[in-house]
Design a protein around this ligand. Sequence first.
Ligand code: TXA
Ligand code: MG
Length: 311
Amino acid sequence: MSQARILPYDHAAIAEAARLIGAGQPVAIPTETVYGLAADATRPEAVAAIYAAKGRPSFNPLIVHVLDLAAADAIADLPTAARTLAEAYWPGPLTLVAPLKAGAPIAPLATAGLPTVALRSPAHPAMRDLLRACARPLAAPSANASGAISPTRAEHVLRSLGNNIPLIVDAGPTSMGLESTIVAVDDEGLRILRPGPITADQLRSASGLPVLDHASADIEAPGQLAQHYAPSKPVRLNATEARDGEWLIGFGAIAGDVSLSPAGDTIEAAAHLFELLHQGDAAPNPRIALAPIPDIGLGIAINDRLRRAAA
Ligand code: TXA
Ligand code: MG
């Protein structure tokens, strides 16, 4: 891909960003916290394109951005306390983690196969205009290459991802410069999974619930793969054929019972990975086997994920 275009934030820039997202591509767009790399959260290939552009060596679940609480209700089963927090701080730098609604139209890759989803209604007018123009939820991690610092200016995005994405919408520096607070809500209270602009005191006073300590609550930090989806069955990797009792997930020349990508494309394979692992879990066979995936492009992240699934 050639160098990203930078368009100043206006009506035409949002129209072009919406057109690219409609074509399954990720675009960089400012939020009030940091610039995000947004794509259609309902389409597996579009979400895979985010990971490909960022060069992520593993699949962290992404934040799904929505216009308002009504849009969030279509995606997650929000506990009362989560609704209260959304009413207090949305639109704004607060991300709520809640159970994914059955049948919600979110690509499993966006949640890395988790039964929960992270939702945020951003305040920045550019991101809100884009959400309105696309009329669908947008998955958006920070718009930086994996391992690099979160971008607060269009130039940061250009330096980090300029060769990997088609468009950066430029609305100047972001106002907060710090990623949203991430909170998981359950019956016992609130757990801050990532500290951010909305503080524990604010969360406590708005919800009337205690903010539980990380350590004592014994939770995993966000993004840690231990909490990610793993099949309940034994998984054998680098399988060139199915042995007795195995449900084979193919790739390329190895057809299998189903295939991650008959064409041997790692982006397509990433798009279908979690969906097919779920299918394998639901299949009558007692074991799952996977064809070898080359360690190139998104294959690196796929293999990282599979090694953990097989461990
Ligand atoms: O301010 C922000 O939140 C920015 C802007 C663009 O909205 N976005 C952002 O996204 O920081 P990202 O992908 O860089 O960080 C998402 C964080 C990761 O640490 C991830 O592990 C966590 O959210 N996360 C996402 N879904 C989760 C879930 N279901 N459970 C726990 N953590 C989750
Ligand atoms: Mg980030």
